[in-house]
Design a protein around this ligand. Structure first.
Ligand code: NAG
Ligand code: NAG
Ligand code: NAG
Ligand code: NAG
Ligand code: ZN
Length: 965
């Protein structure tokens, strides 16, 4: 289907094809328009109406069993919660059975909106210890008669059958007492541990997203079921309790003959269950707790990190700024009285935007100038900005159901750059979205096994289906298309529409098209007026309803422009139909002779006379890569662009230098241009010292490394890269006075790191000698290494060294109390060239007393980056698959990433067979959240095999030619 529109390079026949194609697009659009009108007619502001199915089911279990509401993944719409009273007491020492548990009492208040005798509420792994298990009450607090109470673990429900129907429009409540395990599974209410002063300290903390609030207390655990929460935490007097809101009272009490403190928190605003959070710990804080007139901002973490080492100071210094930035950006004051940021030693995701109580991995919040690199600092600023962006977009206005997760995460992943830019205005961080999101996700979205941003509400039901949505398409493609939209309507109009959207849906939920509606209103009210070719929703539908993205081809001879669905493997089959037949409405910005213009490509092909060039004039499209597409040109224009790079690269903006390289390599992969043409774009790099083009080249060439580092191509390739990087290395060696100083700019610091790691990696002797000497100085006399260079120095020291070096780094890793330093040490351990050492590290990765569970995947990944380690890791994953699924299957452990990393180098028939065998062997146990990743791995392996066969010879001779003495 994707091929239906193939437009020949021969302009003569283009006219006919073009007409047919355009017609098809117009038909597609009018179908869409009809749907859109329909939607608009019955989508005024919520609230949801009830469905007749649920009341039919009140007939009870005798009717068709498959229709019983407790067999469904979604809650019936008969009950609407409005408040919870929750009291939780986590006990931070083992009980007689050797388990950590928490005790809870909860009352869920709800309104019946359609008569029913069933109360179905989520509950997972909770043991109800009263008889009966739950008490159903009327609004006066009187117990109502109940005929039976069932637990339905398959669907994570507690089902209460009332003896009589609950009545429409009346309020009820369900009271329960329960015990749950405080396991170290990183989900729901869980336990985290750390060592301080030789003592093991225990924390009770939460991660409710996606559906794990039900593991902490019975609740209507769907994002649209918003309610208020009164939370009370019971803890030892020397512990501190935190929750979404500020504490309003504390009482000392005695329970089980022991002293306890009861901390009562203010009633929350109306919010979703997945944003509820509470923590009991001995953490300490810095910052201002706030009062009735000021919003409190505090940073919490281990005492040593926060109080002794000042690792929270950087976060504190930027959080208030970022919060204020978003207040302006959204034109809505921060809705809560305080914002706590908490660094947790064990945390599955990077961070979680719990309203008022944001939780982070330590590496995403803590920063120590003596130990952390510039990259660590950027991550802290970005993650804080991302989570604070959600406090409005996500928390105040929430997606109605998880199928719209991409809007929530894509938006935050875009505006995090704006928030971080406020905190660090000299960084030019906004440019980096091109490398870190746009280019990165295009690599995934160019596969035939990709998927559209949107999914239908009814396609996302089970917890596993929800977990699977948290992928790079959701985050990075979401960010890329929202950035494109913001760019073509202007950030100013985007902000206007955003503000009215947030106001219209605050404390409520919305769907993505609601945002389009508000942006459209802003565009229509714009002065001076803005001319879009079509309504925003039409334009955006082509980007969010179909997977993938176009490659736009501009012919600068004829002015003809066409688009095709860009597939990394041109022979792959696209099975997923698209109502737009894989055509997009593309905003094309372009530059010619120093002037910038815009053009809307609305058809598979079109002609714009302004695309024509003459003489030496070149044309460059997708300026600053604000558009989510790749660009190809006629040969003549490619030659002119490459000559321009070689004669004076500064005439091409830095982001577009990165784009030319990234596009060229990908176009070559997809066979639009020759691989050697792509390699040609890197020849000028010996004269460029900028980070973005270098990083684009290193990313692109890492594929070459993966494909060829076990073959004869490797030698000449290494020589070429060495030749290119030596001038860069020497430039930074000079500028930084032998790497003793750091340059001012963020990207210069990044490229200093690139120059050292690339030079050492490809064996430039000066670099290796420098690294080994520096490592020795550290190992033997504790000489300080600048944090920016540590990863490279540690890795080179281990690769060049033996057991003593490895053991030394392992020892440092065990002792380190800085999470970022630990990460650097841990990944360096994977640089060993000894298989037995790498196998030992693989074993450690599944042993949580050696390596924290949150770091399992990244440890195995770093072993895969090592040419020696890759096959060991694959053997290991295959051997341990069942164990790992059993151990981590219930959590949001990223099996998908694991499969992606471990198969990255696959490029032979033998490896393909192994992969397919793996798929067959584990059909029964399944693949957890890795089902999609496995399909993608198979597709990629097939493409790699073909690519290597076709490209090995030309690539080898190109490298040989370039490195001829
Ligand atoms: C921790 O324990 C070790 C050995 O058991 C001891 O040498 C050290 O002094 C202790 N440190 C503290 C802070 O108690
Ligand atoms: C509770 O007890 C702790 C020490 O055991 C004390 O510091 C605190 O002030 C007491 N709080 C109240 C509200 O009495
Ligand atoms: C919840 O807490 C507030 C105080 O924050 C209190 O006024 C209220 O009565 C409590 N219960 C309910 C059901 O709102
Ligand atoms: C609230 O806190 C701010 C900053 O700490 C302080 O300046 C102000 O006086 C406080 N206001 C009240 C009412 O306590
Ligand atoms: Zn997010």
């Amino acid at each position: 289907m994707a091929k239906g529109y193939y437009i020949s390079k021969v302009v003569a026949i283009v006219g006919i094809l073009f007409t047919i194609a355009a017609l098809a697009t117009i038909i597609a659009l009018s179908v869409l328009y009809a749907n859109e009108k329909d939607k608009n007619n019955n989508v005024p502001n919520l609230p949801e109406t009830t469905t007749p199915t649920s009341s039919e089911n009140t007939k009870g279990p005798t009717s068709a069993p498959s229709n019983d509401p407790w067999t469904k993944d979604r809650l019936p719409k008969t009950l609407t919660p409005y408040h919870y009273d929750i009291r939780l007491k986590p006990v931070l020492k083992k009980n007689d059975q050797g388990l950590y548990v928490f005790y809870g009492k909860s009352e869920a208040f709800f309104t019946c909106v359609a008569a029913t005798n069933l109360v179905i509420i989520h509950s997972k792994n909770l043991n109800f210890n009263t008889s009966p298990k739950a008490f159903l009450k009327d609004s006066a607090g009187n117990n109502l008669a109940v005929s039976k109470i069932d637990e339905v673990p398959q669907k994570q429900y507690l089902v209460v059958h009332a003896a009589n129907n609950l009545e429409d429009n009346k309020n009820y409540s369900l009271y329960t007492e329960f015990v749950g395990e405080l396991a170290d599974d990183l989900a729901g209410f869980y336990r985290s541990e750390y060592k301080e002063d030789n003592e093991t300290k225990i924390i009770a903390t939460t991660q409710m997203q996606a559906p794990d609030a039900r593991k902490a207390f019975p609740c209507f655990d769907e994002p649209a079921m918003k309610a208020t929460f009164n939370i009370t935490l019971v803890h030892k007097p020397d512990y501190v309790a935190l929750s979404n809101m500020n504490p309003i009272s504390q009482n000392n009490i005695t329970e089980d003959e022991e002293p306890w403190t009861e901390t009562v928190f203010a009633k929350t605003v109306k919010m979703s269950t997945y944003l509820v959070a509470f923590i009991v710990s001995q953490f300490e804080s810095i910052g201002d707790p706030g009062n009735s007139t000021t919003t409190g901002v505090q940073i919490w973490g281990r005492k040593k990190a926060i109080k002794d080492e000042g690792q929270g100071d950087y976060a504190l210094s930027i959080t208030k700024d970022i919060l204020e930035f978003f207040e302006e950006h959204y034109s809505i004051p921060y809705p809560l009285p305080k914002s706590d940021q908490v660094a947790l030693p064990d945390f599955n995701a990077g961070a979680m935007e719990n309203w008022g109580l944001v939780t982070y991995r330590e590496t995403a919040l803590l920063y120590d100038p003596a130990e952390s690199s510039i990259g660590n600092k950027e991550r802290v600023a970005s993650v804080i900005a991302h989570e604070l962006a959600h406090q409005w977009f996500g928390n105040l206005v929430t997606i109605r159901w998880w199928n719209d997760l991409w809007l929530n995460e894509g938006f935050a992943s875009y505006v995090q750059y704006l928030g971080a830019d406020r905190a660090e205005p000299t960084w030019n961080i906004k440019d980096l979205i091109v490398l870190d999101d746009v280019h990165r996700v295009m690599a995934v979205d160019a596969l035939a096994s990709s998927h559209p941003l949107t999914s239908k509400e009814e396609e996302v039901n089970t917890p596993a289906e929800i977990s699977q949505l948290f992928d790079s398409i959701t985050y990075s493609k979401g960010a890329s298309v929202i950035r494109m939209l913001s760019d073509f309507i202007s950030e100013d109009l985007f902000k206007k529409g955003l503000a009215t959207y947030l106001k219209a849906f605050e404390y409520n939920t919305a769907v993505y098209s609601d945002l389009w509606t508000h942006l459209q209103l802003a565009v229509e009210a714009a002065e001076p007026s803005l001319n879009l070719p079509l309504p925003i929703s039409w334009i955006m539908d082509t980007w969010v309803l179909q997977m993938g993205f176009p490659v736009v081809r501009i012919d600068t001879g004829s002015g003809f422009v066409s688009q095709n669905h860009f597939l990394l493997d041109p022979n792959s089959t696209v099975n997923r139909p698209s109502q737009f037949n894989y055509a997009w409405i593309v905003p094309i910005s372009f530059s010619k002779s120093g002037s910038n213009e815009n053009f809307w490509l609305q058809y598979p092909g079109d002609v714009n006379p302004n695309f024509k060039t003459s003489g030496n004039e070149w044309l460059l499209a997708n300026i600053n890569v604000t558009g989510y597409y790749r660009v190809n040109y006629d040969d003549g224009n490619w030659n002119k662009l490459i000559s321009q790079l070689e004669s004076d690269h500064l005439n091409i903006p830095v982001i577009n230098r990165a784009q030319i390289i990234d596009d060229a390599f990908n176009l070559a992969r997809a066979k639009y241009i020759n691989t050697t043409r792509a390699l040609d774009t890197t020849r000028y790099l010996s004269n460029d010292t900028e980070y973005m083009p270098w990083q684009a080249a290193l990313n692109s060439l890492s594929f070459f490394t993966q494909m060829f580092d076990r073959s004869e191509v490797y030698g000449p390739m290494r020589d070429y890269l060495k030749k290119q990087v030596i001038p860069l290395y020497q430039h930074f060696e000079r500028e930084t006075k032998n790497f003793t100083e750091q340059l001012e700019s963020l990207t210069d610091q990044y490229n200093t790191i690139n120059s050292v790691s690339t030079a050492c990696n490809y064996g430039f002797p000066d670099c290796v000698v420098f690294a080994v000497k520096t490592f020795k100085g550290w190992m033997e006399s504790n000489a300080i290494i600048h944090p920016n260079l540590r990863s490279t120095i540690y890795c080179t020291g281990i690769a060049e060294g033996g057991d003593a070096e490895w053991d030394f780094v392992l020892q440092k890793f065990t002792e380190s109390s800085n999470a970022q330093e630990s990460d650097k040490l841990r990944s360096a351990l994977a640089c060993s060239r000894e298989p037995w050492v790498l196998n030992r590290l693989l074993e450690y990765s599944l042993n949580s007393s050696k390596i924290r569970r949150q770091d399992t995947v990244s440890t195995i990944s770093s072993i895969c980056n090592n040419v020696v380690g890759q096959s060991l890791a694959w053997d290991f994953v295959r051997a341990k698959w069942k164990t790992m699924l059993a151990q981590f299957g219930g959590s949001s452990f990223s099996f998908g990433n694991l499969i992606e990393r471990v198969t990255r180098r696959f490029a032979s028939d033998f490896e393909l067979q192994e992969l397919e065998q793996f798929k067959r062997d584990n059909q029964e146990v399944g693949f957890g959240t890795a089902a999609q990743a496995l399909e993608q791995a198979i597709e990629k392996t097939k493409a790699n095999i073909k690519w290597v066969t076709e490209n090995k010879e030309p690539v080898l001779s190109w490298f040989k030619e370039e490195t001829k003495a």
